[in-house]
Design a protein around this ligand. Structure first.
Ligand code: ZN
Ligand code: ZN
Length: 457
């Protein structure tokens, strides 16, 4: 341990700064602010659907809280967006083995008549099988797409398996399906459906689209194995409710050097409607806020830290896009987001230029290694969903990767509640963010992205 601390000091350019970073990091292991924010948001506001009245109340609470904590330039930047609301959602097998199934509508799902629809079900193992199917096999039927997503520490299964949710409904509609039910994009075996957004492809007619719980998808697959035709009755009555207002809540820790650029951090304030959005993403706004507060209280950093509690992430990055449109001409030194639960950080990744990497990587390693966080390499996709739109315009990003092993057991389910947040792991997150901010907000190195923005190609 002593050798590690000596190595830590040697790797940082300024011995004083190294000591500050280590002290700030270690003090953050006793943090209570992140828990307090997570507990209050999930208790006093609860679920925070995008563009709804609870999200607006959460913004008002956030402004009061961030002002009380001493942040500068606290404000709400509103934007308009199309809103969608969940309705009734029931399903039952009519034949061959009559029984209820448990499901939840996917974001932007179309609706059945209030009495529901009854149709034969056609089953596919994965999106490719559905894509390969002739329209005649699908037309007029309820499509069921099964899959075999498994838990991974880095969450890498979500990209490919998530395509079933993101694209499956459009593919089914294009082939004339009456509706689609997918196996939830999750890894648990509880009878909780995982909702999530899907966006209709250009010109595609919305159809009813929902996610079955994993046990219900298993049940339906076993029923199919009996080899008899399967008929389902499905009722989904969500509706689009027109244009409504959402907003980003912004707060700052002003820096000493205006030209050094902004360190953009945050998480998203909105959540899905079924749980209370504790791990997705009250914890993320809480972790980043607690870390920024610690840097602020330690004295003015070199760079301005801008904290954003993004609105309306879940339904299509409306907050991230609104932020980019409004702030794209400002100099952003680097961006990072916390939006992968509340479990411990185990890795960091960087989307920085080849020239800055040898400067910044050793400093971050020295600051983070004592927390059990290893360097995971340079990665152009490092970051989070809200800041991905900043990556696209050439802003460098950092990622403090949280352990995702149990994230997709809870993600977008009624089980995303406060009791799933482990206070000790939450504190380790705050310590990691505090250490990372202490390094990048106090170092003038131009980080630059791995790749120039797409527009420059
Ligand atoms: Zn999220
Ligand atoms: Zn989410």
């Amino acid at each position: 341990m002593k050798q590690l601390l000596l190595a830590t000091a040697a790797l940082l350019s300024s011995p004083a700064l190294a000591a500050d970073t280590a002290a700030l990091r270690d003090a953050a292991l006793k943090d209570d602010l992140a828990w307090e924010i997570t507990e209050t948001l999930t208790t006093e506001i609860g679920p925070r659907p995008a563009a709804g009245e609870a999200e607006a109340r959460a913004r008002d609470w956030a402004v009061k809280k961030l002002n009380a904590l001493g942040f500068a330039n606290v404000r709400i930047e509103t934007f308009d967006m199309p809103a969608w609301e969940r309705g009734a959602e029931t399903a039952e097998i009519i034949s061959p083995f009559p029984q209820r199934l448990v499901l939840a509508a996917l974001g932007n799902s179309g609706a059945t008549p209030s009495a529901g629809i009854t149709a034969e079900v056609v089953a596919f193992d994965g999106l490719q099988a559905l894509e390969a199917a002739p329209a005649a096999q699908v037309a007029g039927k309820i499509v069921f797409v099964n899959h075999a997503m498994a838990a991974t520490q880095d969450g890498s299964a979500y990209g490919p398996f998530g395509q079933i949710r993101r694209k499956g409904p459009s593919v089914a509609s294009q082939k004339g399906a009456a509706a689609i039910v997918i196996r939830s994009i999750g890894t648990d075996h509880h009878r909780n459906p995982h909702t999530g957004v899907q966006v209709w492809a250009e010109g595609v007619k919305p159809i009813p689209a929902a996610a079955l719980t994993l046990p219900d998808a298993d049940q339906l697959a076993r029923i199919f194995k009996r080899g008899k035709p399967v008929t389902m009755h499905l009722t989904l009555t969500p509706r689009s409710v027109g244009t409504r207002q959402s907003g980003n809540v912004i707060a700052e820790v002003p820096g000493r050097e205006k030209d050094a650029g902004i360190v953009l951090i945050g998480g998203h304030l909105d959540s899905w409607d079924q749980g209370t959005g504790a791990i997705d993403d009250a914890a993320g706004v809480a972790i980043t806020t607690a870390a920024a507060k610690r840097i602020m209280d330690a004295g003015k950093p070199l760079r301005t830290i801008r904290l954003v509690w993004f609105g309306a992430e879940e339904v299509g990055l409306f907050g991230g896009n609104a932020y980019r449109d409004r702030h794209r001409t400002e100099k952003h030194a680097v961006a990072a987001e916390s939006d992968f639960g509340a479990d411990r950080v185990w890795r960091f990744q960087t989307n920085v230029s080849a020239t800055s990497a040898p400067v910044v990587t050793p400093k971050l390693s020295a600051a983070l290694n004592p927390l059990g966080i290893a360097f995971g390499g340079r990665n152009g996709d490092a970051g989070g969903s809200d800041i991905s739109v900043m990556t696209a315009i050439g802003v460098p990003t950092l990622e403090l990767s949280q352990d995702g092993t149990r994230y997709f057991d809870l993600h977008h389910t009624p089980d995303d509640t406060l009791d799933k947040v482990d206070p000790e792991q939450l504190r380790q997150n705050v310590a990691a963010w505090t250490a990372m901010l202490s390094v990048v907000a106090n170092d003038a190195t131009e980080l630059g992205p791995i790749d120039p923005p797409a527009a420059a190609h």
